[in-house]
Design a protein around this ligand. Sequence first.
Ligand SMILES: C[S@@+](CC[C@H](N)C(=O)[O-])C[C@H]1O[C@@H](n2cnc3c(N)ncnc32)[C@H](O)[C@@H]1O
Length: 265
Amino acid sequence: MRDRPSYLSPAGDRHFDGLADKFSESLYGAFRGELRLALLDRLLPEMLELHGQPVLEVGGGLGQLAGWLVERGHAVTLTEPSAEMLDRARSRLEGQPLTCLQASLQALPSLAPGPWPLITCHAVLEWMGEPRAALATLAGLLAPGGQLSLMVFNRDALRLSNVIKGNLEKALADRLEGQGRRRRLTPMSPLTHDQVVTWAAENGLAVTAVAGVRVFLDYLRCAPEEAADRQALLELEWRYCRVDPHWRLGRYLLYTLTRPEEPAS
Ligand SMILES: C[S@@+](CC[C@H](N)C(=O)[O-])C[C@H]1O[C@@H](n2cnc3c(N)ncnc32)[C@H](O)[C@@H]1O
């Protein structure tokens, strides 16, 4: 048996210890992060039924989504295995009413069993060795009628962006995933839409909404610099993020997965 590399957790996941600065700068310190947050701000109220219900935020990273939910009156339990990321989230959300818990997704059935009416898990499954098992765990934490807001890194978009960059041999060999090594931010388990749909069905979850996040930005020859161009791109992303075929090539795929209500006995 091969030894597990030291940068992975015992479960084979990439916890973000040692990556907080790089992640913060390369995503949220850049226009792509701003665009993601602006799109989520518009998409989540349309894709989810939000009425101030308690939320379990899984792999909450630096706390942006937790903050957004707290502002809307939700009681948020932010969970995150990386002490470094959780410390950043705590500082960002200081004084806000929320619970922070250092825990991996795998530990949640014992540490935060719920069942939860709303779970959010954005950009986490692609950093895990066993994303299919992770989705089953999340499904087990959902209350009947509960909603899971799931966002995953899209393998098909990763292929297209590699081809556009000229990484033809890599694309031809379908060697798209990263290794989770050191400070690299290419995820080890990018997912396809078919995988999410199949795994949702395996766990009795209905796909009630889907969108692509960043359906254009990553394919531009020159990223927009001027405020007016950035605004125009946001409007384009917004207009086409739920339109076939554009959503399918979003850098991230955003889903609402719903556990059906139990039939009244
Ligand atoms: C790309 S970041 C996303 C952070 C945040 N959800 C966001 O969208 O900005 C991935 C996060 O998943 C966390 N993570 C990795 N393995 C995990 C696991 N087994 N359980 C929960 N979170 C995990 C990492 O520590 C990291 O904070």
